[in-house]
Design a binder for this molecule. Structure first.
Ligand code: B1M
Length: 215
């Protein structure tokens, strides 16, 4: 039964079927499935398959956009169902997708899970320039700046953010965390980011570690 719903979710995303994706998200939650499990075993493998099809020239932009719409609809329904921690914990994070990059599905899942764990999060959305991450972090009195990127061509903006922080004399003030499909621990080390997270759950874990290191 559960396996069946995961398979249907994968198919709905590949087909770019927004209504079915939404219905499956609601049905899965209604049947008591854990929101993250539904995402991890159903919708995320679906959009990853779409990425593979697109990458190998078997799917084109209109199909990619339809699948992204189905994924976004399901993600919005599932994110809204993640139980929220009532008490806020100490820790403020500004997070965004870097300049030049419009991919925000994964970043939005990370934001939801951080909020669900009681962190205060300012979501800057997508296409965020390094100077804006810094300005918003200053205004929000953030502890951590998180950046996401899905394009290999925009990974460099994460490096520019580190450089901008150093130039402004703020590198010691903020911890930084980087993520996104092409991002690795090796990349984080190379650019001087304080942490890398593989997925949303890992993001929560790494944010906790970073906060524990703050003075
Ligand atoms: Co685009 N796209 N796309 N796309 N797209 C990729 C990334 C691509 C790999 C597809 C492919 O070719 N196989 C490819 C990039 C290739 C490369 O860079 N080498 C690509 C391309 C080429 C493009 C365009 C250039 C296509 C074109 O127009 N010719 C264009 C770029 C536009 C732009 O940004 N300037 C484009 C556009 C789009 C859509 C708009 C149609 C849509 C995005 C819609 C949206 O996000 N609102 C889209 C989609 C959906 C994808 C794929 C298929 C799926 C991305 C996704 O949502 N994954 C993607 C293929 C792929 O990645 N497999 C692809 C699901 C999501 C849950 O995972 O984002 O990795 P992810 O997030 C994870 C972790 O990475 C981590 O946690 C998340 C949850 O587990 N994580 C963090 C992410 N951020 C984090 C931050 C953290 C911590 C963890 O701390 C701060």
């Amino acid at each position: 039964m559960t396996q069946n719903i995961f398979e249907q979710a994968i198919k709905a995303v590949i087909d770019g079927d927004v209504d079915t994706a939404a219905e499956l998200a609601r049905r899965g939650l209604g049947e008591g499935l854990d929101p993250l499990e539904l995402m991890t075993n159903g919708f995320i493998p679906g959009i990853n398959r779409v990425g593979d099809l697109f990458g190998s020239g078997k799917l084109f932009i209109p199909g990619l956009v339809k699948s992204a719409d189905a994924m976004q609809k399901a993600t919005a329904i599932i994110n809204a169902a993640i139980p929220q921690e009532q008490e806020t914990v100490n820790g403020k994070i500004v997070i965004g997708t870097v300049e030049g990059d419009m991919h925000d599905i994964g970043k939005t899942i990370v934001v939801s899970l951080l909020r669900a764990n009681g962190f205060e999060v300012l979501d800057l959305g997508r296409d965020v320039a390094p100077h804006r991450f810094i300005e918003e972090a200053e205004k929000f009195k953030a502890d951590i700046i998180g950046s996401s990127t899905l394009l290999t061509t925009t990974m460099v903006v994460q490096k520019e953010l580190e450089e901008a922080l150093k130039k402004a004399g703020l590198k010691e003030k903020y911890k930084t965390i980087v993520g996104g499909a092409p991002v690795t621990q090796r990349w984080a080390n190379r650019i001087g980011a304080d942490a890398f997270a593989q997925d949303a759950g890992d993001g929560v874990k790494k944010v906790r570690h970073l906060l524990a290191k703050l003075p």
